[in-house]
Structures are given as C-alpha cells and as structure tokens.
Design a protein around this ligand. Structure first.
Ligand code: RIB
Ligand code: CA
Length: 311
C-alpha cells in the first residue's frame, strides 16, 4: 500500500512530541518534513524541542523548519502552565546535535506542496499560522493539499476560555484562512481528544514496551499529566495531538460529521471559538469533517504500536 505523504506542523509541546513519535516511526507514513510554530512556547523553544525529540528517537534525518514566531494579527499567547518554561519540561535530553534547516517553514510548505502530486496531507497540531501564511503567500498551494488534518477547536467549550481551544485561540485569523481554503479539512477537537486520557495504567502499559520511544513517552507524561491534573483536575492528561496522526494510520479511529464550521473573529468573549453547526441550523454547506467520537481502545493500541516501532 502506498505510504501516505504528510507534512507535520507543530508546537512541541508534550502531546506534539508523542504525535511526532508516531509520524516519524510509522512505515505507513512518509514524513516530508516537520514545520514548527510558536504556540505552547516561543519559537526558539518549540524548534529546539522538535530537534531534541527527533535526535532522541534516532530520526535526525527528518528535516525541521522553523516558522512563524507570532500570530498573524493578535498578540502571542503561550501555554507554559501546561508545558513548562521550555515547552517540553520533564525529559532530560543529551546535548543537541540536530539543527533546523535554514529554509523558513512557510517557504518549505510552499515548495514541498508545489512540487507534490497533490497527495500531501498537512497535519497541524499548533496554531495554524505557518499554513495560513503559506496559503496567503502562494494561494496555488491550496490545490496541492490533499487534506488538512488539525488538532484544534471544539463543538462545545474551550480549554483556554469558555469559548475557545488553545490552537485556534492562539491565532484565530490563521485558522479562518485555513478553514476557508476550500480544501478538505478534518477537525480533531476537544470533543474527542478529551476522551483519550492518559491514566497511570496507560503510562505503565507503554513503559513495558521498553524502547527509547516508550521511555520518552513516560518522561513526557510525567510532566504533562501532572500539570493537566493541576490545571484541569484530569486524572490522566488528554493526549490531544497524536489523534491527528493516529487518524491517518486508521481512518476508522474517529467518527466524523460534516459540519459548517466558522471561526469567531469578533473580539469579544467568543474570540477564537469554532462555531460548529452540529445540527445544520444555518443551512450552510459543510466546511469541515468534525470528529465527534473516537475508539479509545484502538487509539492506545496505535500509540503502543508506534512506541514499539523504535529500538
Ligand atoms: O488545546 C490543546 C492543543 O494546544 C494541543 O495541540 C497542545 O499541544 C496545545 O498546542
Ligand atoms: Ca500542540
């Protein structure tokens, strides 16, 4: 079966790091490059974190491109309360050898997509700034994106404000550009990611894989689950970002419902909300396939398989 080609745009970030582990280790996927954006932490931190993870996994050949250090319009927000000062607090990595490419992430996105046969999935698990900037700089790339799969948004409430989820709120205008690009979109929101809670027994299960990836997973979850408990009271941290990659590995993993989704750009209490017309009240065409359910057991099987791909 032909490998699925993807570009992974992220803001590592503990859950991004697990998604990157899946993307870089799954033989079903061809990871064309990793583009990094400011989000969970500042760009210097998120770029360094992506390089640390790939070096630790022994996948230094995967190219990393630094992207936008701030949102398109609004002020920059970060999530140090969850991910710490480095954006990847917890794991202790060896001295960093791997460096990012000189080329800017937006330039890479444009170049790689234009050179493609239109068979590239762009996965985003941070603010959508890089992809939005690429779409604005060279609108031709839209026709070359097979699908956008994002972690972000929610049909109900948010996780930063009552209305908005972090990735969308961190750059609502960028999300708007991506959601109105005309390309097929799969929105993996809090509605399903809050169902994959990484309980202690899950961490113990993954530790038994006894690979470099599983050891990283345990160290990542040590910090991530602690802060998720402190901030939200979760008994297990919701493993948001890997659901995107896992849904490429098993399309039956998530149940999606086509909906009209519009990003609230008003500067009131709902700024950054994904207004998901779950019941078609507005009679408008669907603009995204929104994940409404997930096979939780299958998800953890995919995670375990992904961690065992490494030595
Ligand atoms: O709201 C959760 C999302 O925001 C995840 O992608 C997490 O890594 C942060 O970027
Ligand atoms: Ca993220």
């Amino acid at each position: 079966m032909a490998k699925r080609k993807l570009i992974y745009d992220c803001d590592p970030g503990h859950d991004d790091a697990v998604a990157l582990t899946l993307a870089a280790g799954s033989p079903e996927l061809e990871l064309l490059g990793v583009t990094v954006v400011a989000g969970n932490q500042t760009l210097d931190n998120t770029v360094r974190n992506a390089c640390h993870v790939l070096q630790w996994l022994g996948r230094e050949e995967v190219t990393v491109y630094g992207g936008c250090g701030r949102p398109m319009v609004r002020d920059r927000v970060t999530a140090g309360d969850i991910h710490g000062k480095t954006g990847l607090d917890g794991p202790v990595f060896p001295p960093l050898r791997k460096t990012p490419e000189q080329e800017h992430a937006v330039s890479f996105l444009i170049r790689a997509l234009l050179a493609s046969d239109g068979d590239v999935v762009v996965v985003t698990s941070g603010p959508m700034t890089n992809l939005a900037m690429a779409l604005r700089m060279n609108p031709e790339i839209a026709g070359k994106i097979q699908r956008i799969v994002l972690m972000g948004g929610s049909c109900t409430n948010g996780n930063v404000t009552p209305a908005a989820e972090f990735n969308i709120l961190a750059d609502p205008e960028a999300a708007h550009i991506c959601f109105t690009s005309g390309r097929p979109i799969t929105m993996i929101g809090l509605d399903v990611t809050r169902k994959v809670l990484c309980y202690p027994e899950i961490v113990e299960r993954m530790a038994r894989a006894d690979t470099r990836a599983s050891r990283l997973f345990v160290d990542l979850m040590g910090h991530f689950c602690k802060t998720q408990k402190e901030v939200f009271g979760w008994e297990g941290g919701p493993l948001h970002d890997p659901v995107t990659i896992a849904s490429l590995l098993d399309p039956a993993l998530v149940t999606v419902k086509p909906m009209n989704v519009r990003i609230d750009l008003s500067h009131g209490d709902s700024y950054g909300r994904t207004n998901c017309d779950c019941f078609g009240y507005l009679g408008l065409p669907a603009t995204a396939d929104v994940a409404v359910d997930i096979d939780v057991g299958r998800f953890w099987d995919i995670i375990e398989t992904g961690l065992r791909r490494y030595d």
